[in-house]
Ligand binder design. Structure first.
Ligand code: 1QQ
Length: 377
């Protein structure tokens, strides 16, 4: 019976919304640790995204706790890239763990499912990799510090158009992934705006492994480039097959291409793939280079990718917002404090939220050359 009582009490607290979160305590100076929930894609086909996110968060948490001003405790839930798992994770973190805020989930589709739950419970939630159109519009407690595709994709597409003088292009996307569909729509509108002809639009689904039908059709049309909106698992197989059947033209990708796992799986077939990112490890900036050095020291000489960089920045944003809020437990205060972030300087550059809570940040257009992301100038 006592277990049931505790459960009911926690539900009551959470059900009252952010304004009624447990009484504020003095978060700083040795107060209780701020409990932050993390929903991440930690196992399954796209786990390289979630693992990078976890590594960035763990590095930041260690640094923040060592500084001694504020203690943070991360509570991880693996959503496996599934909407239902993301919903279960959000409910557990909100009602059982009583977190002050949530970082994640990894995929926009997961955020479309879990974001409204956090919003209704009055718990701030921030995606670090959710780039589809419409994320902050889910509610006042929903944030992202990921570069939205409506800012990233036009830059990559237009850079490719001007660099390679593109006249006709083929497009491919995963049609059962909310984010991939959103990215595809931005590709399409950018091509139309720039007067580039779309000679073919081919679809597939997440977890597909055979792309020969779509690519054979595309090869016959001899496009100047192929633009693909999908996660790395699918994109790397598309690239491999395309190169195998003689499609040598540049590929332009959406955010899924930003994982080095794409290069690992596709190998040399990834060369010539173009993508926009707010993260570029070659940037000559002290903060960036220190982050890379610390990350390499902690993770076996591994270079942090965009997903690690964005989650690292996200936890520092939470920490600075919690300090300004003066509480480690007040969800409403944390929400307001995050919304007020204006001049944050992270490893992904300068960051602010606009009046719609959309990130204001800059991107670099990258191209994979000899198995490395380099700046496309
Ligand atoms: C989204 C994305 C994915 C590439 C994250 C891994 O951008 O789902 O919004």
């Amino acid at each position: 019976f006592s277990g049931m009582t505790i459960g009911a009490l926690l539900l009551t607290t959470a059900g009252c919304g952010g304004g009624a979160a447990p009484a504020a305590n003095s978060g700083s100076q040795g107060g209780e640790a701020a409990k932050i929930g993390v929903i991440s894609y930690l196992t399954g086909g796209g786990a390289a995204y979630g693992q990078a996110i976890k590594e960035g968060l763990d590095l930041a948490a260690g640094e923040i706790n060592a500084q001694g001003k504020l203690k943070v405790e991360l509570i991880y839930e693996d959503s496996r890239g599934e909407k239902t798992e993301a919903i279960n994770a959000a409910n557990k973190l909100i009602n059982k763990d009583n977190v002050v805020g949530i970082i994640g989930p990894t995929l926009s589709g997961e955020m479309f499912a879990a974001g409204p739950i956090a919003d209704q419970a009055g718990v701030p939630i921030m995606g670090t990799s959710t780039t589809a159109e419409g994320i902050p519009a889910l509610g006042n407690f929903v944030f992202r510090n990921a570069l939205p595709e409506f800012l990233a994709v036009p830059q990559a597409v237009e850079k490719a158009i001007s660099t390679y003088n593109l006249k006709k292009v083929a497009v491919m996307y995963s049609n059962n992934n909310d984010w991939a569909v959103s990215g595809y729509k931005t590709i399409e509108s950018t091509l139309k705006k720039n007067g580039v002809e779309i000679v073919a639009t081919e679809t597939f689904a997440d977890k597909d492994t055979d792309y020969s039908a779509q690519l054979t059709k595309i090869a016959a049309l001899k496009p100047d480039a192929v633009m693909v909106s999908s996660l790395y698992q699918e994109a790397s197989l598309v690239l491999k097959k395309a190169r195998e059947i003689g499609i040598t033209v540049p590929f332009v990708g959406t955010n899924g291409f930003n994982s080095p796992e794409l290069i690992k799986i596709a190998g040399a077939a990834a060369d010539g793939a173009i993508v926009a990112s707010p993260w570029f490890p070659g940037k000559q900036d002290d903060k960036v280079q220190k982050f890379i050095a610390d990350y390499k020291a902690k993770y076996n000489n591994k270079i942090p990718d965009q997903f690690a960089a964005q989650s690292y920045d996200a936890l520092y944003m939470f920490a600075s917002a919690l300090e300004k809020a003066g509480s480690t437990t007040d969800r409403q205060k944390l929400r307001d404090s995050i919304a007020n972030i204006k001049d944050f300087q992270g490893v992904t550059g300068k960051f602010a939220f606009d009046e719609k809570r959309e990130p204001v940040m800059n991107a670099t257009v990258l191209i994979i050359k000899d198995g490395q992301f380099t700046e496309l100038k």
